[in-house]
Design a protein around this ligand. Structure first.
Ligand code: PNS
Length: 165
């Protein structure tokens, strides 16, 4: 039988435990997940694409069914080039719904073969986002337990020079 593969696209700037949760849930449905770092023009990134790839690869070391890649164009083009029709996205609170719905509909319009599969994050991660974690970490807040250990260390490194107050 053909392998069930999904693309899990996002900015992953940086990977959070909410993302990890979605990947783990996704692995119960798909044989393989390609974590694809794509460009979101609405966001300014803290980590380079290379740093983000390394952090995700380290976090999923020992998971041969999770691979990491990046692409600077449209998600649907990446999906077509890799022969994958399933796109995995996590849904947190209702507030995610509108933008996720809009993006899924646009992707479907661009390529009718692509289907978006939404998974609900675990309750403990519904308020977790890369943005809020970066904000907390930038002010010296402790984000232990919200991100993988390697990401936590890298965040501390990034903000070590920032003096506030
Ligand atoms: O983690 P994010 O920022 O919510 O992920 C959004 C992302 C990167 C998946 C989205 O912006 C994206 O798909 N960017 C690539 C360009 C594209 O295909 N956009 C959607 C249709 S216009």
């Amino acid at each position: 039988m053909a392998e069930k593969i999904a693309i899990y696209p996002g900015s992953f700037d940086p990977l959070t435990n909410g993302h990890v949760d979605i990947i783990e849930r996704g692995l119960k449905l798909f044989d393989k997940i390609i974590v694809a770092i794509l460009y979101n023009p609405a966001k300014k990134s803290l980590f380079t694409v290379e740093e983000r790839i390394a952090l995700i690869e380290e976090s999923f070391e020992g998971f041969p069914n999770v691979t990491v890649d990046s692409h600077s164009g449209l998600l649907v083009d990446y999906a077509r080039d890799h022969n994958v029709n399933a796109v995995l996205r996590g849904m947190r609170a209702v507030s995610d719904f509108e933008s996720e719905f809009q993006m899924a509909m646009m992707n479907r319009r661009l390529n009718r073969e692509v289907q978006t599969v939404f998974l609900m994050t675990g309750l403990r991660w519904i308020f977790t986002s890369s943005s809020i974690i970066k904000e907390a970490a930038s002010f010296g807040g402790d984000v232990t337990g919200m991100v993988p250990q390697n990401v936590n260390e890298k965040l501390k490194e990034k903000f070590a020079h920032v003096k506030r107050g």
